[in-house]
Structure formats: C-alpha cells, structure tokens
Design a protein around this ligand. Structure first.
Ligand code: PFF
Length: 450
C-alpha cells in the first residue's frame, strides 16, 4: 500500500503544494483581522517570533515524520512511537473539523467574486449569510457545495492532481495579490494603513499572545496532519530544513502582503480596520466599491481568496483521505467522495449559524455563534495541544536524533542547525505552547483576566 501512494513530481511542486496548504484564508482573512484587532504592530512582532521559535521547528518535525514513515498521520505516529497514535488522531480531528467551516468561507469568496463580476459590487455579508437574499439560508450553502465539489475534483487524482492544481493556483495567487496591492497603495491616504501596520505601538494587549500562537498553527497548517501527509509523499532528495524555511517564509510573506493589500485601502476609504471576522467580507466589499475601478479589483481580490482557500482545503481533505486510505483501506475515490459529502452536510450548521431563527442560530461558546466557536476551539485548543504532543513525542520518545537521521538522509546533506532544532523541539517550543495554552484556559475560566 505504502509503495503506490505516489510522490511529488518535483521539489517545486512540493514547495508550492505545502505553501498552498499554508497560504489560505488564514493569511488573507484571519491574519489581517487579528492584527487589526490586536494592536497592529505588536501582534506582528509576536507572530514573527512564534513563527521562528515554534512554527519552523514543528513544520520540520512534521515533514520528517511524514518522510520517515511514508504513512498518513495516525499510522505515522504509531510507527515512530507505540501508544502515540492518539496524537495522529488529534491531527485528523483538526482538519476534519476545520473542513466543516472552511468550505463555507470558500463559498463566500466564490459568491462575492461572482457578484463583483456580474453586478460590479459586492454583497451585504450579513444579508447574505443571514438568509435575507432570494434563496434564503440556502444561498451561501449552494456556494459552499460548489466550492467543495471543485476541491473534490482536485483531490480524486491523488498527489499528482494536487501538485498540478497548486502549480497553477499558487503563482496566480501571487500575481493577483500584487495587482490588488498596486491598486491599494496608490490610493490617496493609503499611508495611514502602513502606519497602522508598522507604527501602531499603543494597542497592545496580552490577548495578542494566545491569538498569535493559534494563528501560527492555523496559518502554517501545523498539528493537522496536512504537513505530515504532504511530507509522506517526499523523496529522500528533498532538503527538509530548506523546504520548511521556504514554506514558512512564503506563508509570512503572503500574510504581510495581504495586510499591505488590505489596510492602505481600508484607511484610504475611511473604513474600520478592527472589524474582526467581518473585515474581509463585511468591510472590504464596501472599500472596493468606493475605489476607482473597484469592481475589477473586488473580483480579483475574491478570486485570490478563492484560490487560497482551495489550495488549503485540498490539503485538509488530503490529510483526512490519506488516513481513510491507509487506515480504513478505502480506495482514493471512495475516501475523497465520502469525506466531501460529510463535509458538505456538516457545513450546513456552521453556515446557518449566521442566520436568525434556524436550529443552529444563537450563541454557543463565549458569546460566539457556532461558526466562530468551532474556529476558536480548534485553533486555540486542539491545535496547540496537538503541537504540544507532537513536540513531546518527537523530542522525548522518538528522539530528535531519529528525526535528524531522517533529515540527513538527503544525500550529501549535513543539518547544521540540529542542536538548535533539538533544543526547540524538546524544550523551547513545548514550554512556550504550554505557557500560552494554560494561560488561555485560565482566562477562559475567569481565573486570570487580561
Ligand atoms: N493554513 C491554512 C490557512 O492559513 O488558511 C488553513 C489550513 C489549511 C490549516 C490546511 C490546516 C491545514 F491542514
């Protein structure tokens, strides 16, 4: 079974696919709004520190587990350490749960793009998700299903199809992003957006720390089985540390570029930068409508969100289907198809949670509706826990030497940063995750407040 699971056709294909997984709605939608509501510049600094101290070490750990075992996450963890299969199970639960709302966002992007193309304007997001448009609450769901069908098509052909899709969409995404940036930064008043991103030092709150931690995990697709699965399709010739640094850099770059595309335009048009979750879909359509040639740029922007969402969704689906193929012995077609149908069904409650009067409306967790509750719980609890266990398993049971052995199995390669990496994976990363995690749990139960 392991031998016919496929391999990446080229190093570039792998980097683009892993970057495609990392670069997603998290960069274009989550990062800017988190930065906007967590004090701008300081959030950025904490975020960058976490990428270096946590993100890159964990990503490298996941690539090496994947390549060493050539297995999907649950089987992979079992192979490196008996009894640690539950970490793999966490790494499957996370992408599974995320796929119950990721497709909803992908569907919004499709609909908004279509709206800019056909009417020259975006939509009223509240009316759209709230069920006030013609098709009622079914309208956003139809678009979610279309998005999932496209993702299904990209996944049924296996690793080769995934590579092809990423090789087209990732370069396109960069080009589209640059076009939007040029428009945004040339608007009168755009410089205020830069000030907000890079010179806003007053808005810091301690809440930015756990938010940045969750965002690093989400944005770099960590602790979700995706990077282990993608790593399992690698050949020994791939230099893993170099790949990890490249993927992380591309991910940070796109998050920053998304900020540069969004904030100058938001300020230039006098909109509100701290609008939270609604920034992309609520604030930005108005921003595009108000600018010269806004219809074109609005359509381009939502097309780019669609590409970003699709390449990430592909990796989330792939993590779950690789598990179903390896562990449940399903064929690829059956695994991908069954999963996509399940995701479609489970998207219904998340999508409907924005509309009033549905069985899924109302507050679920900390005053948030179902959709945001799921997002919050996965990112702030399941992912950090998964990352923590991963560090413990690799650092203290499988042992860094074994991972280093895998990393150095690339012909002619010596891993120079091996001491620093071992230190990170054994101590620095898990301690940091544990501190931030415990603090956010205490905050949740009202023991501390900040
Ligand atoms: N990294 C993606 C983003 O930033 O939107 C989200 C994601 C994709 C998470 C794939 C996990 C994953 F496996």
């Amino acid at each position: 079974m392991e031998n016919n699971r496929g391999q990446w056709g080229s190093s570039m294909g792998f980097i683009l696919a892993a970057a495609g997984s990392a670069v997603g709605v998290g960069n274009l939608w989550r990062f800017p709004y988190l930065m906007g509501s967590n004090g701008g510049f300081w959030f950025l600094i904490i975020y960058l520190a976490f990428v270096i101290l946590l993100g890159i070490p964990v990503l490298l750990g996941e690539f090496s587990i994947g390549r060493f075992t050539q297995l999907s996450p649950v089987a992979a963890y079992k192979k490196i350490q008996k009894g640690s299969g539950f970490v793999g199970v966490l790494a499957i639960i996370a992408p599974f749960v995320i796929m119950t709302y990721y497709g909803v966002v992908g569907g919004w992007a499709l609909k908004f793009m279509g709206s800019f193309v056909t009417t020259g304007a975006g939509l009223d997001w509240s009316a759209f998700t709230g069920g006030d448009l013609t098709l009622g609450v079914w309208q956003p769901l139809v678009w979610t299903f279309i998005f999932l069908a496209i993702a299904w098509f990209c996944c049924i052909f296996g690793v080769k199809g995934i590579e092809k899709a990423n090789k087209v969409m990732m370069p396109a995404l960069f080009v589209l992003l640059i076009i939007v940036i040029i428009r945004s930064v040339t608007l009168p008043g755009a410089s205020e957006g830069f000030m907000f991103m890079f010179a806003n030092v007053d808005g810091f709150t301690l809440g930015a720390v756990p938010a940045a931690l969750g965002q690093v995990f989400f944005s770099m697709s960590l602790a979700m089985g995706a990077m282990i699965t993608y790593g399992s399709y690698l050949s020994k010739t791939e230099n893993l540390p170099k790949s990890a640094v490249r993927v992380a850099s591309l991910d940070v770059l796109v998050a920053l570029l998304a900020g540069v595309a969004i904030f100058p335009a938001v300020f230039a048009m006098g909109a509100e930068p701290g609008a939270g979750v609604g920034l992309t879909f609520f604030t930005l359509p108005g921003v595009f409508e108000a600018m010269p040639a806004g219809a074109v740029f609005g359509a381009i922007f939502f097309l780019l969100i669609f590409f970003a969402a699709l390449t990430s969704a592909i990796s989330l689906i792939e993590a779950c289907s690789a598990f179903a193929i390896d562990s449940l012995k399903l064929s690829r077609k059956a695994a991908v198809s069954i999963l996509c149908v399940i995701f479609a069904v489970l998207s219904i409650p998340n999508s409907m949670s924005f509309a009033a009067g549905t069985p899924f409306s109302g507050e679920v967790f900390l005053g948030m509706e179902l959709f945001s509750s799921v997002d919050e719980i996965v990112n702030n609890f399941i992912l950090p826990l998964g990352g923590l266990f991963m560090c413990i398993v690799v650092g203290w049971f499988w042992k860094p030497q074994n991972a280093i052995g895998e990393i150095e199995s690339t012909p002619g390669y010596t891993f120079k940063a091996q001491k620093a990496w071992s230190m990170c994976i054994k101590v620095v990363t898990p301690v940091l995750i544990a501190i931030v995690f415990v603090t956010s749990v205490l905050k949740l139960f009202g023991v501390v407040s900040f």
